[in-house]
Design a protein around this ligand. Structure first.
Ligand SMILES: *Cc1c(COP(=O)(O)O)cnc(C)c1O
Ligand SMILES: [Zn+2]
Length: 424
């Protein structure tokens, strides 16, 4: 293995070999991957040429030299994640948001319908490279779905998911069990599962694929890299991301920061993180001039994937937000669901968590923080269909602004014609 990468602690700076199967520094804080790209001796134009030459490869391999240069290609377990659509907003959406150059980067169009696949192609491939037989996570949602799929496809890695028994919706349970993952329901809450999975992976050679895993963060960098490549290296003025554990905004920031430092791009976008008002510790910190994290009790929110009161990657996120002159916004339940409904009326199926980012972009534009004429990319993190209960709840309540209630009628042609205002 070439030694261009290493782990480094984000607080005390202590360094570790990237081959070490560790997730936290001796001091207790998170690790991140540091690459010495200078060893690759590539000029900015050569990087871009490499990406063009690799257009026929899956995104993870195309950008691999920026993501995990130490990982051999033949160890990669991919389900053709990435190359997700970058939708240009239609006129109606442009008007609604008051933004002319508006795009949606739709990460819900990944194999398991969320951006978590971007991290898992890296994480499960890394486990495969080291010959690990088991991977595990405590998760109730998209993380377990993605881990389960990649482990299943590998044919040789067993996925182990720890879930709080009785606290999981049908949708959240369906993906890991369908992929054949060993799915353990524990009579505890999410934190209880997390505690046990940490102990389990510390004691046995089981690779932990929860959010603190720094390799997953490297994989998620591809979202930002690919987005800017799709824009023909024209960096947008703003990138707007929903924030829960804050790993994704850290990853997108890290990838773009590294591209900027390598000279692949020559402009920095501004980053906007958006949280649900029910769980917004990062927002609270921002409004107090990036004060230290004060964990909150995350209240119930329709954006269940970001119902997190103590974000693991808080410090990484703050670092990237500061680097990119970033802001943090929040959105309440009504703002989230009305914005989701309006965007979906235009044919773009986004989940409630993604709608948090969309609602935040709308608010930032209305406050004139996003200025007239600026270009904006909103990152959609999962597909609407993973959270269909939210859709049904919204549309079957006629008091909601954009509710579209099903119309139940008698099974005759004339009834259908009458309902559609057609001549009989
Ligand atoms: C995991 C997840 C998020 C939150 O990402 P973080 O890295 O925890 O901030 C947002 N949306 C969806 C759909 C997710 O699955
Ligand atoms: Zn440390």
């Amino acid at each position: 293995m070439n030694i261009i990468s290493k782990f480094r602690c984000i607080s005390c700076g202590r360094e570790y070999n990237i081959k070490d199967m560790i997730f936290r520094c001796a001091c207790g804080d998170l690790l991140e991957v540091i690459h010495d790209f200078s060893k690759l001796k590539r000029k900015p134009g050569e990087w871009k040429r490499l990406f063009e030459e690799n257009m026929d490869k899956v995104a993870f391999l195309r950008y691999k030299d920026l993501i995990l240069p130490s990982l051999p290609d033949d160890k990669v377990i991919t389900l053709d994640e990435g190359d997700t659509p970058l939708y240009k907003a239609n006129n109606r959406l442009g008007k609604f948001f008051g933004i002319k150059r508006l795009y949606f980067k739709h990460e819900g169009m990944n194999p398991t319908l969320s951006f978590k696949d971007r991290g898992m192609v890296a994480g499960v491939s890394w486990a495969n490279y080291f010959g690990v037989k088991d991977v595990a996570c405590a998760s109730t949602g998209d993380t377990s779905a993605a881990m389960a799929a990649y482990a299943a496809y590998s044919e040789k890695i067993r996925g182990i998911v720890l879930l709080p028994k009785g606290k999981i919706s049908v949708e959240q349970l369906s993906q890991p069990i369908s992929f054949g993952t060993t799915t353990l329901g524990l009579e505890t809450d999410f934190d209880g599962c997390m505690q046990i999975v940490k102990e389990l992976t510390a004691k046995h050679p089981i690779y932990l694929l929860n959010s603190m895993n720094p390799i997953r963060i490297e994989g998620q960098k591809a979202i930002g890299i690919e987005m800017i490549h799709q824009l023909d290296w024209e960096v947008p003025d703003w990138i707007v991301v929903p924030v829960g554990n804050a790993g994704n905004i850290s990853a997108i920031g890290k990838g773009i920061r590294e591209m900027y430092e390598l000279g692949i791009i020559s402009k920095k976008p501004r980053l906007a993180g958006v949280q649900s008002s029910s769980a917004c510790p990062l927002y609270n910190s921002y409004t107090k001039g990036w004060s230290d994290l004060e964990p909150v009790k995350a209240e119930k929110t329709v954006a269940s994937a970001i119902q997190i009161g103590n974000p693991v990657s808080f410090r990484k996120a703050v670092r990237e937000l500061r680097y990119f002159n970033g802001v943090v916004e929040k959105a309440d339940e009504k703002e989230i669901m009305d914005c989701k409904a309006f965007v979906e009326r235009n044919g773009i199926p986004l989940c409630p968590n993604s709608a948090v980012a969309a609602a935040g972009a709308l608010k930032l534009r209305n406050k004139n923080i996003i200025k007239e004429g600026e270009s904006v990319v909103i990152v959609l993190t999962a597909h609407s269909t993973k959270f269909s209960h939210a859709v049904i709840n919204y549309h079957t309540d006629s008091t909601n602004k954009y509710a579209n209630l099903p119309i139940y009628i008698k099974p005759t042609l004339s009834e259908v014609e009458k309902t559609l205002n057609l001549k009989q």
